[in-house]
Design a protein around this ligand. Structure first.
Ligand code: SF4
Length: 192
């Protein structure tokens, strides 16, 4: 859908420069999704893997973030091989609802109840990032965290248009400090 050099706004690597590769296509269907224009893959041009790798490598970024849409609707093997050969680390943002492909260095698993993660996704999660709108999502977060390894970083992220979730999250993290808060800081910075 698009690729660009920016600042990672969310999660453990917040604030770090990263080359974003946003792949089109998503079959998860979150009603609050902020990139609905990514859902229909046919509305976006095909771009050669080599071109993406060249752009990412030329940017000066230390790592690339493959995101979507749901990027695991695509076979990521050749893209990952190219990015690694160019010396970039590879981060992936996924709902985990399709089989993993490619050699990924950091997996952000962001489970969605609209299409649940596959069991095979949980052991791969370096970071679990759950979007929170209501108290029910905190229960959902714990349910998913139970399936993750002990080293997985656990993060709760308020849904941008649901600021009433913020006090819920703050109170929850104070009581459960193994969780931390992820904010969409790129929106505050006004960068893509
Ligand atoms: S998985 Fe991501 S891209 Fe797909 S609908 Fe949900 S928020 Fe949007």
């Amino acid at each position: 859908m698009e690729h660009f050099y920016t600042i990672q706004g969310e999660g453990v690597h917040t604030g770090q420069a990263a080359y974003f590769i946003r792949l089109a296509g998503c079959d998860v269907g979150c009603w609050w999704c902020d990139v609905k224009e990514s859902w229909d893959e046919t509305k976006h041009p095909r771009i050669a893997t080599e071109e993406l790798v060249r752009a990412a490598a030329g940017s000066g970024a230390a790592f690339a973030v493959i995101t979507g849409g749901e990027p695991l609707l695509h076979d990521l093997s050749s893209l990952c091989t190219g990015l690694h050969e160019a010396g970039l680390r590879i981060h992936l943002e996924t709902s985990g609802s399709s089989p993993l492909s490619g050699d990924i260095d950091w997996v952000t698993l962001s489970p969605k109840r609209f299409k649940e993660p596959l069991d095979e996704a949980f052991p791969l999660a370096d970071e679990l990032k759950v979007v929170v709108l209501t108290r029910k999502d905190l229960i959902y977060a714990e349910k998913n965290a139970e399936k993750c390894p002990s080293h997985t970083r656990k993060m709760l992220q308020p849904e941008w248009d649901t600021p009433e979730s913020i006090p819920l999250i703050v109170e929850y993290v104070k009581k459960n400090p193994e969780w931390t808060i992820s904010l969409q800081t790129h929106k505050f910075l006004n960068v893509p």
